[in-house]
Design a protein around this ligand. Sequence first.
Ligand code: GLU
Length: 298
Amino acid sequence: MRLSHLTRIAAVAATVVIAATACGGQSSSLGSSGAAPSVAQGASFPAGSTMDTLNKAQTLRLGTKFDQPLFGLKGLDGKPAGFDVEIAKIIAAKLGIPADKITYTEAPSAVREEVIEQGRVDMVAATYTINAKRKERVSFAGPYYVAGQDLMVKSDNTTITGPDSLRGANAKVCSVAGSTPSENIKKYIDPANLTLFDVYSKCADALRTGQVDVVTTDNVILTGLIENSNGAFKLVNKKFTEEPYGIGIKKGDVAFCNFINQTLKEAEADGSYKAAWDSTVGKVSPEVPPLPAVAACS
Ligand code: GLU
């Protein structure tokens, strides 16, 4: 009787020690420096959940952009870098997966739903606006950031001052197939003046060579292209839509969505969201955005 009581106390004490160790391991690198969280050690997840599968596989397959400075730009090491990639690293760490175990698949705007549906990636973080049409095919965690559509022109352009200035102006506009900006801009221009490529870097090339007069997409994507333009381009700076960025996952995976949303909230609280921003977009836009209120998962 007495022995079993002591055994129980010992068992409880052991549990407390394990819990404390787990907490300590988690929080030790999350100090005020805002460093990315350390990889969760010994994390365990409900059997059969996506989290459990990924944790056991010890790899995370991410769909992201390869040509978007500040969000996902493939570097000389062959790996994309940017805010989307950093957000994915935070999620991977909570799954117990180190950053170097993430594999990257390029996910241009038009194929994001497809790569998720086909199971070619575990998630997509790719300046991916949450909207009802896309939700018919995939689910979204987040949002983790809210951008807005804007226009980019050559630095010496003084005539294009916002989307309304495009009406009747006959300006040639470039955007990307399958993107929300390519749809929104049709309210302002004759669709015959719209050129669509698969990626935004091709629009930037077309603006440089004068084949188009305007590039339109999210302001923060344009900011990255402007940073890399050596002063050739400027932002019109008349934001005219809201683009909440979500993490795309397999449709109906509510548990994984909730896990990501919880991870985002913790990342804001422990400084890793700020660190992700500071090391990427923050180099150009230092003000750290507040994490938007995450939406209910479905
Ligand atoms: N956020 C917009 C979208 O998801 C534009 C950026 C992009 O094409 O990735 O369509």
